[in-house]
Design a protein around this ligand. Structure first.
Ligand code: KIV
Ligand code: ZN
Length: 399
């Protein structure tokens, strides 16, 4: 694989599905998995099989139906989890067990109540066990970015020694800053003697809104797998958003020179499908896939976009699967956008009519947020009905 190729690890069906409001049934998970296959993700984390019978069933079904991406199942570092994950992904064309254990003192002492030695032993035992099921084993050190660096280096070296082919170091609570996580990965990759035997992976949460920036900083330090979700869904504030990472590489390849095999035109349909399946709306101003991402209401912006779209758009809507930009008619809109919208609904206005329709449209927009085509047609009709016969030329209704 080329050195600048990023492996897109999608965890919408695991970290995403685990967030409040985002649970899906097996049929829904399979539908989304098919869409993720179309999107072109490299690794599809299908679930956490030990969590429930339904979870295990969904992972099993996805593993047997979906070809192309590696299918991963999550497992804690214990025998029951690994056996369950191993059996669940068994039917996959390419199966991965993703096993994890927390490594920070805070998690070891307060949550797991085990020593560092116990933690290291769990890594030894369970990475070895996972390799009995598949050659593709990912090890994650939960809360890695708050873990003592010497201990983490020892854990990572051991995991690789025992056969982990991918090492994921999550910023589990979204605590890092970009410069910090870049240094963190540079240090680990530089210090662990067998680091070249595994792919390093980053998994950033968005508690401070830095997940995508932290992901890109990790890539700069040598990570070649990025873990992310559609619409950035996931625990608490969510995970790094897949569509944002991918489009940064497309739009700013000059600064972020990495490639992916994502079919970007499937980004918006995938985002919509997730929203439909979970009944969770996408934030209106969400980058790339929000309904305002290619919508313009301010008159100055509308005028610019009508003259040359690039004045206010840095990517083509079609490139991410959005049909077209929208000029929203509201109280900030200008005459140019109004005229264009009228033409789109088949109405040609004289200068005088345009002035009158514009005034009425602004009045209405003051009372309601936006003016729809039906509102506009009604305004045009009213303005025309009020006109003296001598004022009616050269208007015409063409459709
Ligand atoms: O955020 C996290 O640490 C995780 C691991 C289980 C990979 O989701
Ligand atoms: Zn996570």
């Amino acid at each position: 694989m080329a050195d600048n190729r990023l492996i897109i690890f999608d965890t919408t069906l695991r970290d995403g599905e685990q967030a409040p409001g985002f649970s899906m049934n097996t049929a829904e998970k399979l539908r989304l998995a098919r869409q993720l296959q179309t999107l072109g993700v490299d690794v599809l984390e299908a679930g956490f099989p030990i969590a429930s019978k339904d979870d295990a069933e969904a992972v099993r079904l996805i593993a047997s139906e979906i070809t192309g991406p590696v299918i991963a199942g999550l497992a804690r570092c214990n025998r029951a989890d690994i056996e369950c994950a191993g059996e669940s992904v068994q039917a996959a064309e390419r199966a991965r067990i993703h096993t994890f254990i927390a490594t920070s003192d805070l998690h070891l002492e307060r949550k797991l109540r085990i020593s560092r030695e116990d933690c290291l032993q769990a890594v030894i035992d369970n990475v070895t066990l996972a390799r009995d099921y598949t050659d593709d084993v990912e090890f994650s050190a939960e809360d890695a970015t708050r873990t003592d660096l010497d201990f983490l280096c020892c854990i990572v070296e051991t995991a690789i020694e025992r056969g982990a082919t991918t090492v994921n170091l999550p910023d589990t609570v979204g605590y890092c800053t970009p410069d910090e996580i870049e240094q963190f990965f540079t240090d680990i990759i530089g210090r662990v003697p067998n680091a070249d035997k595994a792919v390093f992976s980053t998994h950033c949460h968005d508690d401070l809104g830095l997940a995508v920036a932290n992901t890109l900083a990790s890539v700069r330090a040598g990570c070649r797998q990025v873990e992310c979700t559609i619409n950035g869904v996931g625990e608490r504030a969510g995970n790094a958003s897949l569509e944002e990472i991918v489009m940064v590489t497309r739009v700013r390849g000059d600064r972020v020179p990495y490639t992916t095999q994502i079919q970007t035109t499937a980004l918006f349909p995938t985002s919509q499908m997730l929203s439909d399946l979970t009944h969770e709306p996408v934030q209106a101003n969400k980058a790339i896939v929000g309904r305002n991402a290619f919508a313009h209401e301010a008159g100055i912006h509308q005028d610019g976009v009508i003259k040359d779209r690039r004045t206010y758009e840095i990517m083509r809507p079609a490139d991410v699967g959005v049909a077209q930009s929208t000029l929203v008619l509201g109280k900030h809109s200008g005459r140019h956008a109004l005229k264009q919208r009228c033409e789109q609904i088949g109405v040609e206005l004289s200068r005088l009519e345009l002035d009158r329709v514009y005034r009425e449209m602004i009045d209405l927009a003051d009372r309601q947020k936006t003016v729809e085509d039906t509102d506009l047609s009604a305004i045009v009709e009213r303005v025309r009905a009020q006109q003296a016969p001598s004022e009616t030329r050269p208007t015409q209704q063409s459709a």
